[in-house]
Design a protein around this ligand. Structure first.
Ligand code: NAD
Length: 358
């Protein structure tokens, strides 16, 4: 049966890299006879120009009628973020869509490609042991969604954000993490601050309860401050890192620098029904938008994640990932991943190279 994908390219480099990702999707799925209907919809600044909103009704309805969402990126140039078109663009578009579809788990795989060791900020002997981490971040609770207050006390400005987790929220994302670990190397590192925070004590308690249902998966607890150090010192020790909304926001960005460019990373946000949104975790990269130089790999790997998670097309996902690896091995380099002296190619040529290996 034909499946529908909502395509939300967004702003900046979004439309450029999305066009290339759709070329790869078409190539892979046409070969196996699977057809997808892609329906484009506006999001971010592009939507604001037409509808006066960053996440308009029309876009929400298209997403609701789809089987998955392929997302580019949103947001304006950093110097223009005060303008009405761009103000709160990321919050309105991204948090709006996350809330609407109750995405509760964010997946961010981080791998260091051996052929791109030169752009990894860590020493070669640290990376040589292999870096292949899956960050799973809870998305619905914590400081982001608790009560927010701003008030005056004794003539001073005071602000508070309430951090809250229910056992159900923790249990749900914990199951997601253990199931993901079973398809990988059977290890979950659950990251919290249980020596200080009540939410973390509950988090640890519930994760341990869930772990009993997965005796084949090793569970390790780690404090967030230690984890931040370990990601830099010895990233090879990790398989799945499961953590809260706030800690996940920060730790997954620390992990994101390991491959060397934001242009190499894909991510997925899933809800309890398995409905998913797939996107590069980087932004709209307005500094390079419109120049045809953006790295399309993050968007192309987001297509691979979508085929794997939303459509169970595992073989097709692997073919895309392998083709990306082969293109890199063959020396294909956009500016963000080039070593000094490397010949540099553009967005379209990088995709051509990936397609030639499919
Ligand atoms: P950014 O992630 O857009 O860019 C950071 C740096 O990484 C830039 O130098 C950029 O050129 C580079 N980069 C990112 N993706 C690349 C790619 N595919 N190929 C080559 N280089 C790439 O962050 P920023 O510049 O701080 O923010 C720009 C806008 O993006 C802001 O409006 C911000 O709010 C928004 N933003 C959106 C998202 C999202 O849509 N998920 C995430 C982060 C930031």
């Amino acid at each position: 049966m034909e499946k529908t994908i909502a395509v939300l390219a967004g702003d900046g480099i979004g439309p450029e890299v999305m066009a290339q990702a759709l070329r790869v999707l078409k190539h892979v799925t046409e070969r196996n006879g699977q057809t997808f209907r892609t329906v484009e919809a506006l999001i971010g600044g592009a939507a604001f120009e037409v509808h006066g909103k960053h996440f308009p009704e029309e876009t929400r309805e298209i997403c609701e009628r789809s089987d998955a969402i392929l997302f580019g990126s949103v947001g304006g140039p950093v110097a223009e973020l005060h303008l009405e078109k761009w103000k709160d663009c990321e919050v309105n578009a991204l948090l709006g869509i996350r809330k609407t579809f109750r995405f509760n788990a964010n997946f961010r795989p981080v791998k260091v490609f051996p052929e791109l060791m030169h752009i990894c900020p860590l020493r070669e002997e640290v990376v040589n042991r292999g870096v292949d981490i899956l960050f799973i971040r809870e998305l619905n609770g914590d400081l982001y969604f608790g009560e927010k207050k701003r008030f005056e006390r004794d003539g001073m400005r005071v602000a508070t954000d309430l951090a809250e987790y229910s056992e159900e929220q923790v249990r749900s994302v914990a199951h997601t993490a253990f199931q993901a670990a079973r398809k990988r190397r059977n290890k979950v590192t659950s990251v919290d601050k249980a020596n200080v925070l009540h939410t973390s004590k509950l988090w640890r308690e519930v994760v341990r309860e869930v772990a009993k249902e997965y005796p084949d998966v090793v569970l390790e607890d780690m404090l967030v401050d230690n984890c931040a150090m370990q990601i830099i010192r010895n990233p090879s020790q990790f398989d799945v890192i499961l953590t809260t909304n706030m800690f996940g926001d920060i730790l997954s960005d620390a992990g994101a620098v390991l491959p060397g460019s934001l242009g190499l990373l894909a991510s997925a946000s899933l809800n309890a029904d398995g409905f998913g949104l797939y996107e590069p975790p980087g932004g709209s990269a307005q500094d390079i938008a419109g120049k045809g130089v953006a790295n399309p790999i993050a968007q192309i790997l987001s297509v691979a994640m979508m085929l794997r998670f939303s459509f169970s097309l595992i073989e097709e996902a692997e073919r895309i990932e392998q083709a990306v690896g082969k293109a890199l091995l063959g020396g294909a380099r956009t500016g963000d991943i080039a070593a000094p002296g490397d010949p540099v190619i553009g967005t379209v040529e990088m995709t051509d190279s990936i397609l030639s290996h499919l």
